[in-house]
Ligand binder design. Structure first.
Ligand code: GLV
Ligand code: MN
Ligand code: MN
Length: 382
């Protein structure tokens, strides 16, 4: 990440932006306005990835923000443009996503700083090890002048490709729940313990995982995923004493999502009980669905239309930093068509013509917003 920050800084500074890394490890770059005492527009996405990731989820949004500045060719706008490259959006290391963007809305507290990764390193320690001071996290907050957040992102699904359209305006982002469950059984010898006298934590987890899939398949609009399994002690000839699994649940409708989570946790308890095991469950995230700002969304549609493309409006099933920023400032997103709808995989891609359209739409949007009432007063929702 240090290398990424250095590289991106090398691209931003010649454009006239001042770059620094805030205490949450977010890259922040300030492109000055042509006026003193101006409002601000924040634009960006995240720089972290999932394991075995593609090259575009997150980073493309940061690249597009920089490309839009570059396309301005030195022109200054009546508002400050701040480019952000968020840290820890995916939640891979600590099980909790959006850590970087939470710092901007003042939601990195002691509890979050104390969460540990699989090796027992806390968020606080990880920040220190990166060379930053977690006590300074308060200073990572949004500037009071910031009135808008924009995020470009690949769609990560098949919708735009099916419609034959390059760009979309996002009207809402589905909510998500993340849990960690640990089935607790008893270790014993794989060669001597009779099959009917076992308390196999991994077999219990496996039974529950197929139930999760079944429930999601039979509940319209529900997405439920167990993406990680860890067995302990983890040897071929030892019955697993512990199986730690993750659960990711998403739905557009908040009530359906919370009912589904409740049901799946109950089913885990049921599986554990009938096998004579216990199960421990910890909620890692309960992020409500978020509606994007309607004025900005319509401005995005207009910008897309002005590039000669038909704008599409859609709901994002994936989570984004825009969900967090929307707590404090009007926020909106622009999606780019994702070939094959493939994401979170090395074969993730994007078409170069679509990227060109996104830059064109982005620059048009920046100009449209220059005359928008949002930027005529420095009053923000924050
Ligand atoms: C972010 O990639 C998410 O999991 O939605
Ligand atoms: Mn992602
Ligand atoms: Mn992403």
């Amino acid at each position: 990440m240090h290398d990424v920050h250095r590289e991106i800084t090398r691209w931003l500074e010649p454009l006239g932006a001042k770059v620094y890394i805030d205490a949450a490890g977010n890259m922040r770059a300030i492109y000055p306005s042509r006026e003193t005492a101006a409002s601000g527009l924040l634009v960006g996405s995240h720089l972290d990835t999932v394991p075995k990731a593609g090259a575009f989820d997150g980073i493309l949004g940061v690249m597009l923000a920089i490309a839009c500045l570059e396309a301005l060719g030195g022109e200054k706008l009546p508002y400050v443009v701040e480019v952000v490259g968020f840290s820890e959006e995916e939640g891979v290391r600590f099980g909790i996503p959006f850590i970087g963007s939470r710092a901007l809305v003042g939601r990195v507290d002691n509890d979050l700083l104390s969460v540990q990764d699989a090796r027992g390193i806390s968020v606080r320690k990880a920040i220190q090890d990166f060379g930053l001071d977690p006590r300074e996290i308060g200073h990572a907050a949004l500037y009071p002048e910031t009135c808008v957040y924009l995020e470009f992102h690949i769609e990560q699904g098949p919708v735009l490709e099916k419609l034959g359209l390059p760009l979309a305006a996002v009207e809402a982002i589905a909510g998500q729940s993340r849990w960690e469950l640990t089935f607790l059984g008893r270790a014993n010898h794989a060669g001597t313990t009779p099959m009917d006298q076992r308390f196999d934590a991994l077999a219990a987890a496996a039974e529950w995982i197929t139930l999760v899939e079944q429930v999601a398949k039979t509940t319209p609009g529900l997405f439920a995923t167990v993406g990680s399994v860890e067995a302990r002690p983890g040897a071929t000839n030892v019955i697993a004493a512990e199986a730690r699994v993750t659960l990711d649940v998403r739905h557009r409708d908040e009530a359906v999502r919370s009912r589904a989570v409740e049901h799946l946790i109950e089913r885990a308890e049921g599986v554990a009980q009938h096998r004579g095991l216990a199960v421990r469950s910890i909620q890692r995230l309960n992020q409500p669905a978020v509606v994007m700002d309607s004025f900005l969304t319509s401005q995005i549609e207009e910008a897309i239309r002005n590039t000669g493309c038909t704008p599409h409006r859609m709901v994002s099933g994936a989570g984004h930093d825009a969900m967090i920023l929307a707590e404090k400032v009007p926020s909106a997103m622009i999606f780019l068509r994702t070939p094959g709808g493939i994401s979170h995989d090395p074969s993730e891609s994007v078409a170069i013509d679509d990227v060109a359209k996104a830059i064109e739409a982005g620059v048009r949007l920046l100009h449209q917003l220059a005359s928008a009432p949002t930027f005529h007063s420095r009053t923000c929702r924050a």
